[in-house]
Every structure is written in C-alpha cells, then in structure tokens.
Design a protein around this ligand. Structure first.
Ligand code: C5P
Length: 216
C-alpha cells in the first residue's frame, strides 16, 4: 500500500517555508503541523518555569508534557521564542520527547503537511513530496524584520541578521537532526521570488511528486 500523501517543507528561519507550507495545505486540503512551534513552546514554557535552557533534562520534562492544544500562545511567535527554541532544540532528550507527537501527525491516513528543519530527514523520510526552502541570510533578515516590526517588536535589521546567522549555525551544526535537505528533497531558493511566485513554484514541485505518488 502506498504511504499517506505527506509533504515535508524544511528550511531555515524566514525562508518562506511557513507561507509555502500553509499554501500547500490549503491547495491539497491537508492539515499542517508547524513543528517549530513545538520547540518554541518548550523554550518559552521552560523560561517561564525559571529553568535553564541548557539543562536538557529540565527542558525535556516540559516537552514531555506538551500538547498541541497549548500552541496558540502569541508569545511563541516572538523573536525571543525563536532563540529559546533553537537552544532547547539541540537536546536529544527534547527532540525525542517531541517525536511521537510529530510521528502521529505524519501518519494521519489522509496525509499532512509538515513544516520544520528535520521533517524530511528524520520525522518522515518516506514522505512522497519533500521541499527544502531557502533564501539568502540578507533576504531572510529583511523579511523577518518587517514581520516583527508589524508585530510591534522594536528591533533593528542588524540584530535580526545576527540572530539568523547564529540560529543557522546552531541548527545546522547540532549533532542530533541537524537542519539539512533530505537527499531527495527539491531545493527552492525564494531569494528573488515574491510570496506568490514561491507558492506557485512549490505547487509545481508538489504536483510532479503527487503524480508519481498516484502512479505508485
Ligand atoms: O521554524 P521556527 O523558526 O519556528 O523554529 C524555531 C526553532 O526550532 C529553529 O531555529 C530550530 O532550532 C527548532 N526546530 C527544530 N526542528 C524542527 C523545527 C524547529 O529544531 N523540526
């Protein structure tokens, strides 16, 4: 039997992957999991509990108790939450604690869209459609800066660029599930694209994968 139609969308912060993933979820009528939110929630809840983000066991305790229903807090969308997320995401015990939740989403019989850093490499390597969305650090910093300014965060472009470079380095160099494209992922560089162009390009890539999946 063929596997469910799962689309994985991985890539670095502000690459456009969230927009691409939610666009694909709408086109194909699939539920979407923003796995970054899980790590953001663990980071923020750990900080609120006064825990040290470098304490793997303490952060894993928070991850073990996390439910999807807790993910709506706007505090998880801030710049500080992104930084806290990437710090707790280096701990294998945290990743393990969040694994089951992600796997059960990936195994939904009707399919799903999974957005993150390791969805195509670790969580669902059998996914029929895999995208790796990227853009230059400067383009990503500009996008993130506009987004955070619209949310009312007072932060400069240079601070955001430094955040992005630091987060890329940490996410890409960690030993457990580093950020990287799956061997069979299609790379989509959105540096020169509008949101609409990126969404169209992603749809074409997924259409080709879907045709292969339907024929399988
Ligand atoms: O995608 P987002 O910016 O919300 O992710 C926040 C952080 O969570 C990332 O920088 C990364 O450290 C971590 N993350 C991860 N694995 C995922 C999704 C996010 O390690 N699948």
């Amino acid at each position: 039997m063929r596997p469910p139609f799962v689309i994985t969308v991985d890539g670095p912060a502000a690459s456009g992957k969230g927009t691409v993933a939610s666009g694909l979820a709408a086109v194909y009528g699939l539920p979407m999991l923003d796995s970054g939110l899980l790590y953001r929630a663990v980071g923020v809840l750990a900080q609120r509990a006064g825990l040290d983000l470098d304490d793997a066991a303490a952060a894993a305790g928070i991850a073990q108790g996390l439910t999807v229903g807790q993910l709506t807090d706007p505090a998880f969308r801030t710049r500080a939450a992104g930084e806290a997320a990437s710090r707790v995401a280096v701990h294998p015990a945290v990743r393990l604690a969040l694994r089951e939740l992600q796997l059960s989403f990936a195994r939904r019989p009707g399919g799903a869209v999974l957005d993150g850093r390791d969805q195509g490499t670790v969580i669902c390597p059998e996914a029929p459609a895999k995208l790796y969305v990227s853009a230059s650090p400067e383009v990503r910093a500009t996008r993130r800066w506009k987004q955070l300014a619209a949310q009312g965060e007072a932060v400069t472009y240079d601070e955001i660029l430094a955040d992005i470079v630091r987060r890329d380095e940490r996410d890409g160099s960690r030993a457990d599930s580093p950020m990287r494209p799956a061997p069979d992922a299609v790379l989509l560089d959105t540096s020169e694209m509008t949101i609409e162009q990126a969404a169209d390009a992603a749809r074409r890539i997924v259409e080709a994968a879907r045709a292969r999946w339907e024929a399988s």
